[in-house]
Design a protein around this ligand. Structure first.
Ligand code: PHE
Length: 362
């Protein structure tokens, strides 16, 4: 009897050692220790044996069963770990791989246009800086030479913010910036000339129609050095206009007024729909430039000496002495450039998040 028990134990242990999956081991458990298996049955029937055999056989069978049980449990635990490791390795997701499906959507037109503008000016040697969207009245208007009665200061033309006791400098009156021009002043206050920067960012004005939204985007530009002239302004902006609208384009400078530039000019680009002729091939009037051959794209001018003087007063040095340095600034609406470039008829389309619009330009 004891030989048989030893045989059963050896067979069970050999099978357990040879098993390579937890499923196999579960099957072995049933086969060797289950209700119909020989060893447990032997144990169950110990009481039928002659009394002098019961103790010896019972003990041996019990030890064999426990040994098998232990071997099974140990092997299962071992294989479970290995199986989990294998599964984890097989399931590993490389989040850095590109997606496998066709790309859906694309960069928003405004993002693309902003990046294109940035690339052009980076290529011309400008740096990119950004500034706060909530701005003090000082930087938005005063430091930019706006007279106290300038119409843009009107409560109806600018979003004023209620003073917040939690904001440092809460005594200062704040607005949502109406343009990116405050960064001209902030940049000069913080940096020695020469400087050449562009400033992309959101700006806010309470207008809303097909060509105005209360929040829109501008790119400011500023180049200050000892000898930056109106000719440089024209050269830089001609180069920009050609990069965006095509190599054939010309620009023209139209006299204008901004409080912080003198002289101020608006820049028009020759119409890229009618090549500046004002009429199409079939003789009809060009709708894009309204028959004029020119399209307004941005405002600019030579930085007003008053702005440089105010910067000097804050810095307490003569780095921006208008007798020593000069330069030009410009500001353009990203929406306007995008609409012109992609033929978008209504500005509000850019803010509706309609995938069909985005897909057209993907
Ligand atoms: N800040 C002006 C505007 O928003 C644009 C501008 C910028 C004009 C720089 C001249 C120089 O209309």
């Amino acid at each position: 009897m004891n030989d048989r028990i030893a045989e059963l134990r050896a067979a069970g242990e050999a099978a357990v050692a040879a098993a390579t999956t937890t499923d196999e081991l579960e099957a072995l458990r049933v086969q060797h220790l289950g209700r119909k298996a020989e060893l447990p049955n032997l144990l169950r029937n110990v009481s039928d044996l002659p009394p002098e055999q019961r103790g010896v056989v019972g003990k041996a069978a019990n030890q064999a069963r426990q040994a098998l049980q232990t071997a099974l449990d140990a092997r299962i635990a071992e294989l479970k770990d290995a199986e989990l490791d294998a599964q984890l390795a097989a399931d590993r997701v490389d989040v850095t791989l590109p997606g496998r499906s066709e790309p859906v959507g694309g960069l928003h037109l405004l993002t693309r246009t902003r990046r294109d503008i940035e690339d052009i000016f980076l290529g011309l040697g400008f740096d990119i800086v950004e500034g706060p969207e909530t701005e003090t009245v000082h930087y938005n208007f005063d430091a930019l030479n706006h007279a106290p009665n300038h119409p843009a200061r009107d409560r109806a033309d600018t979003f004023y913010l209620a003073p917040s006791p939690n904001v440092p400098g809460e005594d200062l009156q704040r607005v949502l910036r109406t343009h990116t021009s405050p960064m001209q002043v902030r940049t000069m206050e913080a940096n020695e000339p020469p400087i050449a920067v562009i400033v992309p960012g959101r700006v806010y004005r309470p207008d809303s129609d097909a060509t105005h939204t209360p929040q829109f985007h501008q790119v400011e530009g500023l180049w200050i050095d000892v000898d930056v002239t109106l000719a440089d302004l024209k050269g830089v902006l001609l180069s920009f206009a050609r990069s965006i609208f095509g190599d054939e384009r010309e620009i023209r400078l139209r006299p204008h007024f901004f409080p912080f530039t003198e002289p101020s000019v608006e820049i028009d680009v020759s119409c890229f729909q009618c090549s500046g002729r004002g009429h199409l091939r079939n003789g009809s009037r060009c709708g894009l430039c309204k028959g004029t051959g020119w399209i307004e794209i941005l405002g600019s001018g030579m930085v007003d000496p008053n702005v440089l003087l105010a910067v000097g007063a804050v810095r307490g040095d003569d780095a921006y002495d208008p007798e020593k340095v000069q330069g030009f600034a410009f500001g353009m609406g990203i929406e306007r450039i995008a609409m012109l470039r992609y033929g978008v008829p209504d500005l509000r389309l850019l803010y509706e998040n309609d995938v069909r619009l985005l897909e057209q330009f993907a």
